[in-house]
Design a protein around this ligand. Structure first.
Ligand SMILES: [Zn+2]
Length: 755
C-alpha cells in the first residue's frame, strides 16, 4: 500500500472557477486561498486555470507566462500557475492545470483555417454550431495538435503535477478537414463516407478512426507532458454511459490506456428527469475501466452557474460517487469579489471532510461483488437491429382528455433513425439493470467488453449481459466457456446476435441461451400487451403467483426455445388496441432458463430498457428473480432497507476489513432534492463464507468455527462500527452476521474488522 502513487489513493478534486473575472486572483492572499482549499473545501487536488474556458472562447490564451503563447491580458505579469502552485503544495494539494482544448474564438480560428473542424458538407463546425453561443473548435489530426502539445509542455514547466484536458472533442459529423482526409485515406485507401451509412463498413471504420484519433492525441499529449515531469498525470473528459457517445468519439475503453484517471462529467441539470442514481451510474461505468475514476460534479444549479447546487444534491453526488469507487470533483463558481459564499462551500466542506477523515477505509479497497453487469461499448457503438418489425413508430402511450396518443404506427425506415433508437435502447438497458440491481441491494460491478476475455470474468459467478448484441466470436466463446465451467448468465433480446462491429454473424449465443431461432418480433406496443406466467411453478418465479400477468416490454421477440430449455412464461397474443378483450396466450416464450454447467436465463425482450423507462415494480422483481436464480447461492450481502438506500460492498484484504457504504437517496420525490428522510434500523447480513473467504488473514477461519459455537450473540472475532460513530446491533445468524445500523442520515460506512 505504501507504494501507491498519490493519484491511486482517494482523490478529492476541486476547481475554483473565477468565470470571466479571472484577474481577481491577483488581489487575493494566495496562501489563504490555498489554505481554504485544504481546510474548508477539504480537497487534495486542485485544477488551476491554465487556459480559460470562458467566452468568447479563450482556450488560446494562457494564465501563465510563456513566450510561446498569448497571455490573458487582465492578468498582466501575474503568472497564475507559478504564483499559486507553491501555496497549493504548502497545503498538500496536488496542482493540475485545467487546459481548455475545445473552445476557441472565431478570431483565433481565422488565423489558423487549416486547424478547424470541418463537417461533411465542408462547412466549419463552429460556424454552424457556435460553441456556447460563440466560438469554434479545432481538429486533433491537424497541426493544431503540435500547438496543443507545446501548450502542455509550457504549462508543465510551471511545476504542475499534471494536466486535465477539457476536450478536445470530435464533434458530430466531423471531421473532414484536409488532415483527417489525408490520414484516413492513408490507412483506408479512400476518403471517409460523408453520410451516416451503417450499411457501409467504411463508415464504421470512420467511427473507429475518430476514436482512435482521440486516443492518439491523448497518447502524444501524455508523452509531451512526461518530457517535463515523468511523474505527471494526464486525463481528459472521457464521456460516460449514455447511448450515442460514439457521436462525439468518446469511449473510456479507447482512451483509458493513455490516461491516469477515467473521468467524466455528470452535471446536474434542471428541467428534465434526473435518475435517482445519477452519479452512481457514471461512477461504476468509469470504475469499470480498471483505473482511478473521477466523476465531475458542477457545484451549481444546472445552467444557473452563479447559484449553488442545493446542499443535499451536492452531498448525495459525492456519496454516490465514492460509494461506487470513484473520486470526487467539484467546481465552485466564485461570483463574489470577496470570499466564496458560505452556502456554496458548506455542503462541500461537510461531505469532503467526512471523506477525508475516512480515507483509510477508501484506500486500495476492492469490490465485494461477485456479479457483473456488462456495459457493452461495442454494442453502444455498432448495434443497429436488422429486425424490421422493431422499428414501428410508437410513442409512450398516454390517455388525456379521452384521447390516446401512441405514435404514427409507420415503419421507421432510415438507418440513422433506427440507429438513434438502438442507441437509446442501449443506454436505457444499462440504466434499467443498474437501477433494478441497486434498488434490490444486489452487489454488482460494471464490466467493459474487454473484461469478457481479459480474465476479469473469472472474478464473477454471474454475468448480466443485458442486450450486449455486438460481441466478437472470441467473446462469445469465452461466455460459452464461462457457463461450461459453472458461470451463470442473464441475457436478453439480441444478446450476441451480431459480431463486434454489428454485422450479422453465424456465431451467436442462441444455443447457450436456450433459443433455437428468432423468428421476428411483435409489433412494438406501449400499452395493453401482457406476459402470462402460467403455472409459475419454477423457483425463479417463487415470488409470483400462478396465472399472474406482467406488462410486456415494448420490444419483444418471437424466439423459439431449444428442446433443452425450460420456458418460464409466455407472451400473450397481441390485442393491438386498448380496452380490448385479451386474445389468449401465444406460443412465444417471454422467459427461458437452462442449466448446463452454470445457470442461464434469457429474456427474448428488452426487459432492462422497459424497466429503465417504465419502472414497474413487477418487472424489477422479475429482473432480480432472474439474477437470484441464476446466481444460485446467497449474495455475499443481504440488506433490509428501502430501495432508495444504496448499499455498496467493499473489502480491504490488507486490513482484513469489510467496508459497506450506505447512501440515503430517500428524499422529497422531486428534484432538486430539498429534504432527506432518515432511514432507521437498516439490517445488513454478511455472509461468512464470503467474508472469510476474502480474508487473507489465516485467522479468518476462526470466524467460521466460532459460528458453530454460537450462542453468545456477539462475534468475538469481529469488530463492527459505523464511520459516524453509531453503535451497531450485532447478531449471529445461520449464514453469517447481521448488523443493524440504527439510523442513516445521508451517508455512512459500516466497517467490519475481522481480527
Ligand atoms: Zn480534422
Amino acid at each position: 500500500m505504501a507504494d501507491l502513487k498519490w493519484w491511486q489513493k482517494p482523490v478529492r478534486m476541486g476547481r475554483h472557477e473565477w468565470m470571466a473575472d479571472l484577474a481577481r486572483i491577483k488581489h487575493r492572499d494566495l496562501d489563504e486561498l490555498a489554505r481554504d482549499k485544504a481546510e474548508q473545501w477539504h480537497i487534495n487536488c486542485e485544477w488551476i486555470i491554465g487556459t480559460p474556458g470562458i467566452a468568447p472562447g479563450l482556450g488560446w490564451m494562457t494564465t501563465f507566462n510563456t513566450d510561446r503563447f498569448e497571455k490573458y491580458p487582465a492578468l498582466g505579469d501575474f503568472d497564475m500557475l507559478r504564483e499559486y502552485i507553491p501555496y497549493a503544495r504548502k497545503h498538500r494539494i496536488h496542482p493540475l492545470a485545467y487546459l481548455n482544448m475545445h473552445w476557441y474564438s472565431y478570431e483565433f480560428g481565422e488565423k489558423h483555417p487549416d486547424w478547424l473542424q470541418i463537417m461533411a458538407d465542408e462547412q466549419e463546425y463552429g460556424r454552424v454550431n457556435p460553441l456556447y453561443g460563440s466560438g469554434t473548435t479545432l481538429c486533433i489530426n491537424s497541426t493544431w495538435r503540435d500547438w496543443a502539445f507545446e501548450l502542455v509542455r509550457e504549462a508543465m514547466k510551471c511545476g504542475l503535477d499534471g494536466v486535465f484536458l477539457d476536450g478536445p472533442v470530435v464533434y458530430p459529423d466531423c471531421c473532414y478537414c484536409p488532415s483527417c482526409l489525408e490520414k484516413f485515406t492513408a490507412s483506408h485507401g479512400q476518403e471517409p463516407p460523408r453520410e451516416e451509412d451503417w450499411a457501409d463498413p467504411m463508415y464504421k471504420d470512420f467511427i473507429e478512426f475518430r476514436e482512435q484519433s482521440m486516443a492518439d492525441f491523448l497518447r502524444d499529449a501524455g508523452d509531451a507532458m512526461r518530457e517535463i515531469n515523468p511523474e505527471g498525470v494526464i486525463f481528459l473528459n472521457a464521456g460516460s454511459w449514455h447511448g450515442g457517445a460514439w457521436r462525439v468519439a468518446r469511449d473510456i475503453a479507447k482512451v483509458g490506456p493513455y490516461q491516469n484517471f477515467n473521468g467524466a462529467e455528470a452535471f446536474y441539470h434542471l428541467g428534465r428527469e434526473t435518475p435517482t442514481l445519477f452519479w452512481s451510474l457514471a461512477a461504476k461505468h468509469l470504475v469499470a475501466g480498471g483505473k482511478p475514476a473521477i466523476v465531475f460534479v458542477h457545484h451549481c444549479l444546472g445552467a444557473w452557474h452563479y447559484l449553488p447546487l442545493p446542499p443535499i444534491e451536492t452531498k448525495v453526488a459525492a456519496a454516490q460517487t465514492v460509494a461506487c469507487g470513484s473520486g470526487t470533483w467539484m467546481a465552485v463558481f466564485d461570483y463574489s469579489f470577496d470570499n466564496s459564499p458560505e452556502e456554496t462551500i458548506a455542503p462541500m466542506r461537510e461531505i469532503n471532510r467526512f471523506l477525508e477523515q475516512n480515507e483509510p477505509y477508501l484506500t486500495a479497497a476492492e469490490s465485494g461483488a461477485n456479479i457483473a453487469l456488462l456495459y457493452s461499448g461495442q454494442s453502444g457503438k455498432f448495434y443497429i437491429s436488422n429486425i424490421d418489425d422493431l422499428f414501428t413508430d410508437v410513442e409512450m402511450t398516454s390517455e388525456q382528455d379521452l384521447t390516446f396518443k401512441a405514435g404514427s404506427g409507420d415503419s421507421v425506415v432510415d438507418l440513422p433513425a433506427r440507429k438513434a433508437r438502438c442507441d437509446q435502447w442501449q443506454g436505457d438497458t444499462y440504466r434499467g439493470w443498474f437501477n433494478a440491481l441497486t434498488r434490490r441491494h444486489i452487489p454488482f460491478d460494471v464490466m467493459l467488453d474487454a473484461g469478457i476475455t481479459d480474465g476479469s470474468l473469472a472474478k464473477y459467478d454471474t454475468l448480466i449481459l443485458g442486450n450486449a448484441s455486438c460481441l466478437s466470436a472470441a467473446q462469445k466463446q469465452a461466455l460459452a466457456d464461462f457457463v461450461q465451467s459453472g458461470g451463470n448468465l442473464v441475457a436478453e433480446f439480441e444478446a450476441g446476435e451480431y459480431d463486434e462491429r454489428g454485422e450479422a454473424s453465424d456465431v451467436n449465443l442462441r444455443s447457450l441461451l436456450g433459443c433455437e431461432a428468432i423468428e421476428g418480433a411483435f409489433e412494438p406496443a406501449t400499452t395493453e400487451e401482457y406476459i402470462d406466467l402460467g403455472e409459475a411453478g419454477h423457483p425463479l418465479l417463487a415470488e409470483f403467483h400462478a396465472g399472474q400477468w406482467l406488462a410486456r416490454p415494448v420490444n419483444a421477440l418471437k424466439a423459439k426455445p431449444s428442446p433443452d430449455a425450460r420456458v418460464l412464461a409466455h407472451y400473450m397474443n397481441p390485442t393491438g388496441k386498448v380496452y380490448t378483450k385479451p386474445q389468449g396466450i401465444s406460443e412465444w416464450p417471454a422467459a427461458i432458463c437452462r442449466e448446463s454447467g452454470g445457470r442461464v436465463v434469457y429474456f427474448p425482450g428488452l426487459f432492462g430498457e422497459f424497466y429503465g423507462i417504465y419502472k414497474m415494480e413487477t418487472i424489477e422483481e422479475l429482473l432480480a428473480a432472474a439474477v437470484y436464480w441464476a446466481h444460485g447461492k446467497p449474495m455475499p450481502m443481504r440488506v433490509s432497507a428501502p430501495p432508495t438506500v444504496e448499499v455498496e460492498l467493499w473489502h480491504q484484504p490488507q486490513h482484513n476489513r469489510i467496508v459497506v457504504h450506505l447512501v440515503n437517496n430517500t428524499a422529497d420525490m422531486q428534484r432538486p432534492m430539498s429534504t432527506l428522510i432518515p432511514i432507521h434500523d437498516i439490517e445488513i447480513e454478511l455472509d461468512y463464507e464470503w467474508a472469510t473467504g476474502h480474508s487473507n488473514n489465516s485467522r479468518g477461519h476462526v470466524c467460521r468455527s466460532r459460528k458453530g459455537e454460537g450462542g453468545s450473540g456477539l462475534q468475538p472475532d469481529m469488530l463492527a462500527y459505523s464511520a459516524r460513530g453509531l453503535e451497531l446491533g450485532i447478531e449471529q445468524t445461520d449464514a453469517g452476521v447481521k448488523l443493524t445500523l440504527p439510523v442513516l442520515e445521508l451517508y455512512d460506512l459500516v466497517i467490519v474488522e475481522l481480527t
